[in-house]
Design a protein around this ligand. Structure first.
Ligand code: ADP
Length: 462
C-alpha cells in the first residue's frame, strides 16, 4: 500500500504518514457518494441545517488541537491557524442557515390554463480539489454549501496538508452526517483529478489552486459537461493614492501581503504607490516589515512561518534575484534560512523599491513574503498597471477621496475589491475572480447557487 509522508515545513520532520488511495478505492468512494445522494438529497433542509451546526460546534470544541495540527503541516503561525479554524467554521454556520433558504418561485402564466413553478434541486455528487495554503477553509467553503444544498461531497486535499481536512471530516461523521455523504481520498492530484473528471457520477468539480491545473480540469470536465467552480491564481495590485492615510495603508498592506508568509491567492502582490508619497510609505513599511519575526509557527512570537516547499522557495528567491538584477533596490530582507538536507525553507520578509514591469515579480504571482513597490503619477496610469495582468482576483486601494475611490472601483477588473481594507474575505460575501483567476463565486448567497439545478415545471390543462 502506497504511503504519503506529511512533513512539517518548519523543521522538515515527519508529522504523520497516511495511506494513498488506489484507483479502485477512489471509484468505490464515488459510487458510495453517488448512492448516498439518493437519501441525503431527501433529508429535509432543517435537519441538514441542524447537522451542519453540530459539525460547526464540534470543530470549535477542538479548535486548539486542529490549529496546532494545521501549523504543523502547513507552517503558518498558530494565531493564523486559530483564525483559519474560525473562518472555516463560519462557512459551515452560514450555509447551515442558507440550507433553509433555498427558494424557488412561481411565474405568472401566459394563459389561464397553465401554472408555472420553478424549483431548485441539488446537483448531485460534488468532487473538490483543495490547496495547501488554507487546509480547513478551502474545504469547508465548498463542503458546507454542497451539503446544505443536499449534494454529497468528496474531497482530495493537497498532498502537503491532508491532516486538517481528514480531522474535519471525521468530526462531520461524529456529528451524525453519514459517512458516504462527505468523504476524502488521498493521492496525487493528476491521477485523482483524472478519475474525478472522467466519472459520470460526479456532477460538479470545485477547485482551488493554480491557473494551469484549473484550465486542465475545465477541459477534462467538458467530456461529461460538468458544472465547474474555479478559484485560481491572483496577482493582486494594492494602490496607495497621495491622499491616503499612510499609517492605515502600511498596517493593511502588512495584513494583506504577509499573511501565511505571503502564500495566499489574495495577497497584495504589487504595491502601486503615488510618487508623491512613495518615500514616506516605503520608509514606514520597511520599518514595520523589518521587525516581523520569522520562525516556527508554533512559537508564540512568530509572524512569518516557513515556505511550504523547495519549489515555492525557488520561485520566490528567483523573483527577488531577477528584480535586483534588473535594478530594484532591497529596503529590507533578501535573507534566507534554509536547510536543504532537513528540507525547510524560510524567506525573510522583503521590500523592494524601484520595481518595473520588466521584472518577473510584476508579471507572476509570487506566493511569498516579498513586497515590490512601483510608482505612478496619474489615476489612469495606476489603473493601467493594476489591470495589466491576465489575473483578476483581488485588488486593493487606499484613498479618502470618494470620487477617486469610485473611479478605482469602476475601473479595476477584479472580483474582490478592498477600499481602505486589506482583508475583505468573509463567509457571507462572494469570493472569486475575473479573467484567468476563475469561474463562479464561493461564499454568500452566490456560493450555494452552483450546487443547485434549476427545474422548470409547466402544468397544463388546469
Ligand atoms: P499549488 O501550486 O498551490 O500547489 P496546484 O494547482 O498545483 O497549486 O495544487 C492545488 C491542488 O490541485 C492540490 O490538491 C494538488 O494536489 C492538485 N493538483 C495538482 N495537479 C493536478 C492535476 N493535474 N489535476 C488535478 N489536481 C491537481
Amino acid at each position: 500500500m502506497a504511503k504519503i509522508q506529511i512533513k512539517n515545513p518548519a523543521t522538515g520532520e515527519i508529522v504523520d504518514e497516511i495511506k494513498s488511495h488506489t484507483e479502485e478505492e477512489i471509484h468505490l468512494a464515488l459510487e458510495k457518494g453517488n448512492q448516498a445522494f439518493k437519501s441525503w438529497s431527501q433529508v429535509n433542509a432543517h435537519e441538514r441545517s441542524r447537522l451542519l451546526k453540530v459539525w460547526a460546534n464540534k470543530i470549535q470544541d477542538e479548535k486548539q488541537d486542529i490549529a496546532r495540527l494545521m501549523t504543523m503541516e502547513n507552517g503558518k503561525p498558530l494565531h493564523e491557524s486559530l483564525g483559519e479554524v474560525d473562518y472555516a467554521t463560519s462557512y459551515i454556520d452560514w450555509y447551515a442557515e442558507e440550507a433553509k433558504r433555498i427558494y424557488g418561485r412561481t411565474i405568472p402564466s401566459h394563459t389561464e390554463t397553465k401554472r408555472i413553478i420553478i424549483s431548485k434541486q441539488p446537483i448531485g455528487l460534488v468532487a473538490a480539489i483543495t490547496p495547501w495554503n488554507f487546509p480547513a477553509a478551502m474545504m469547508t467553503r465548498k463542503a458546507a454549501p454542497a451539503l446544505a444544498a443536499g449534494c454529497t461531497f468528496i474531497v482530495k486535499p493537497a498532498i502537503e496538508t491532508p491532516l486538517t481536512t481528514m480531522r474535519l471530516i471525521k468530526l462531520a461523521h461524529d456529528s451524525g452526517i453519514p459517512k458516504d455523504v462527505i468523504q476524502y481520498v488521498n493521492g496525487r492530484g493528476k491521477q485523482i483529478g483524472d478519475i474525478f473528471t472522467k466519472s459520470p457520477l460526479v456532477r460538479k468539480i470545485t477547485f482551488t489552486g493554480s491557473t494551469p491545473v484549473g484550465k486542465s480540469l475545465i477541459k477534462q470536465s467538458a467530456h461529461t459537461v460538468k458544472n465547474v467552480t474555479m478559484e485560481l491564481g491572483g496577482h493582486a495590485p494594492l494602490i496607495i493614492h497621495e491622499d491616503a492615510d499612510i499609517d492605515l495603508a502600511v498596517e493593511q498592506t502588512i495584513a494583506s501581503k504577509f499573511r501565511n508568509a505571503g502564500q495566499t491567492c489574495v495577497c497584495a502582490n504589487r504595491l502601486i504607490v503615488h510618487e508623491k508619497i512613495s518615500d514616506a510609505f516605503s520608509k514606514k513599511l520597511t520599518d514595520h516589515v523589518s521587525k516581523l519575526k520569522v520562525g516556527n509557527g508554533l512559537n508564540k512570537e512568530t509572524d512569518i512561518g516557513p515556505i511550504i516547499n523547495k519549489k515555492s522557495f525557488e520561485k520566490i528567491s528567483q523573483q527577488i534575484k531577477d528584480a535586483i538584477h534588473k535594478g530594484a533596490t532591497v529596503l529590507t530582507g533578501n535573507n534566507y534560512h534554509v536547510n536543504e538536507e532537513k528540507g525547510y525553507y524560510y524567506v525573510y520578509p522583503t521590500v523592494l523599491q524601484g520595481v518595473t514591469d520588466k521584472m518577473i515579480i510584476m508579471q507572476e504571482e509570487t506566493f511569498g513574503p516579498v513586497a515590490p513597490i512601483t510608482t505612478y503619477e496619474t489615476l489612469e496610469e495606476a489603473v493601467h498597471i493594476a489591470n495589466n495582468t491576465p489575473f483578476g482576483l483581488a485588488a486593493y486601494f487606499f484613498t479618502n477621496d470618494y470620487r477617486i475611490g469610485t473611479y478605482f472601483h469602476d475601473h479595476l477588473d477584479f472580483g474582490i475589491i478592498g477600499w481602505n481594507d486589506g482583508a475583505p474575505s468573509a463567509a457571507h460575501v462572494p469570493f472569486g475572480g475575473m479573467k484567468e483567476s476563475g469561474l463562479g463565486r464561493e461564499g454568500g448567497i452566490e456560493g450555494i447557487e452552483p450546487y443547485l439545478e434549476t427545474k422548470y415545471l409547466s402544468i397544463g390543462n388546469v
